[in-house]
Design a protein around this ligand. Structure first.
Ligand SMILES: [Zn+2]
Length: 138
């Protein structure tokens, strides 16, 4: 509902476009939060999901390791402390997976928000809910 000076107007929840509108897909800015999201809030050395997560530079900053998607991973405090200022090889540790920039996602700006249920038929990650609703009504 939009409230104007003399009237109120209902606003549709979804607007269907008749033509494709190409929007640029922006790459994500490297941040603490984005690294945790990419790594599933899981330490990339031991695989544990713990509350206190840290960022680890695979090639340490003291050895000129860059602050890039390819060199920063999520680590628990214990693994980060154990690895210290060494490379994984020097510390005898292995990464669960090779760090890389997240793939561009045109839906990214919607993914961490509470969305109206009626949008679910348009959003790929909400499809199981739609299938469950169809089963429930059958
Ligand atoms: Zn760990």
């Amino acid at each position: 509902m939009i409230h104007a000076a003399t009237n109120d107007f209902l606003v549709p929840s979804v607007i269907r476009l008749l033509h494709m509108v190409k929007r640029p897909v922006f790459s994500r800015r490297l941040s603490r939060r984005e690294i945790f999201w990419r790594d599933g809030f899981r330490c990339q050395y031991c695989g544990k999901q713990v509350r206190e997560l840290t960022l680890d530079h695979v090639q340490p900053r003291v050895k000129n390791g860059p602050h890039t998607w390819e060199n920063v991973v999520t680590a628990c405090e214990a693994c980060n402390h154990r690895k210290a200022g060494r490379s994984p090889q020097e510390a005898g540790m292995r990464l669960l997976k090779e760090p890389a920039p997240p793939k561009p996602n045109p839906y990214y700006h919607l993914m961490h928000r509470q969305l109206p249920e009626e949008w679910s038929i348009y959003l790929p990650w909400m499809q199981p809910r739609r299938d469950a609703m169809a089963l429930a009504s059958a």
